[in-house]
Design a protein around this ligand. Sequence first.
Ligand code: MN
Ligand code: MN
Length: 470
Amino acid sequence: MEKKNQTSEVKKLTEKLLIDRKSGCLKVSKKQMEKADRFCDDYKKFISTAKTEREVACYVIEAAEKAGYVPFEAGKQYQPGDRVYYNNRGKAVILAVIGEEGCRNGVRIAASHIDSPRLDLKPHPLYEKDGLALFKTHYYGGIKKYQWTTIPLSLHGRVVLKDGTHVDLRVGEEPGDPQFTVTDLLIHLADDQMKKSMFKAVEGENLNILAGSRPVRAEEGENLFKLNLMKILNEKYGMTEEDFVSADLELVPAFGASDIGFDRSMIGAYGHDDRVCAYPALMAALHAKTPKNTVLTVLADKEEIGSDGNTGLNSQFMRYFIADLAQAEGLETRHVLSRSKCLSADVTAAYDPTYADVYEAANSCFINGGVGMAKYTGARGKSGSSEATAEFVSEIRRLFESNDVLWQIGELGKVDAGGGGTVAMYIANLNVDVVDIGVPVLSMHSPFEVVSKLDIYMTYEGIKAFFEAD
Ligand code: MN
Ligand code: MN
């Protein structure tokens, strides 16, 4: 009898005092799980089609217009419930719903990025060598270069021609389209390559795109392989070789999303980082009713290369937008910013048991653990991070709890194993309260990243609750 009492006392204390570490799948209802699966059906369509920041921006604007959003006009007076969007060069977008109290208590921001690692064409990409036509690339963002060889790639982007008109390319996505690839050395001749470090085994200058192998039919002449390729591009797009210099042309994995696992609990796709947070933020904006405080969904470019540039969040474009909102209500921008709150919605690393030694399991985020929060990011001694205050983390934690949002908190990996950052610090530098939240990812920055359906849905629920909060 004594023993039985002790056992139940331990159980009571455990429930009261310790964190429940069982799988998130066992903490949510069956109904929530079904909602998550349904939410992700549309996400899979989105992630399979919108593969560059331009394509995501287009998708977002089209969806927003359907949901009643109109282009923002600086200087105009807006009413509670009005829905506006700001298109920054077709590569970044801000959606806003004007709140009952406008922005006098600050705005509520969900910020994600819509660029992903990929291979960009160089300004003079086209060359021929030993019977092949190839493109030189310059990789964008942090990649393990060997992962980008021997997979099917598609070519996306915009070419602005000499006369100022533009053509948009999207080759390799439709059935029957040609695709592209980067070759790798056959194992039979790879003795030297296999002894190199992974950094050196495939070098940046070897990430060349196979683009053709037939010359123009001619008895003599030079550059016949290049010429044949330019002939095709000219007929199709009106391009000459020089037009490559004013192009945003990007190679991305040519495959779409698929369910992963017999239980279909996960999704594999290119570009989850960070469209897997951008999509929930977009959905929260589309579904938003008139909020108390004005809410902003900020979808930025350039995060993968440090957020610099006029479409990245280290630029002033979001601040200018908020300044316009403030001015229309007769408020000072600095007062609005200082009272604002932000969820920096970016992915985090999911604990991978196969590479357990770089994680600190007790402080990691797990697949199916729900939306992952990070009090700070950065590297080494929290360098390159804005750390959220205890007060703000507590506020968001309470918000999630009271809205049945499954959440977890963790760090990227072991303290000295490496590190990474998000847009959080650029927004925090405007004197906004910011905390990182987002979906944990396996194989981050690879051509085929994996995430959990439940975690995607909980990120949506989290952002939605944040927008609806007082
Ligand atoms: Mn990211
Ligand atoms: Mn990233």
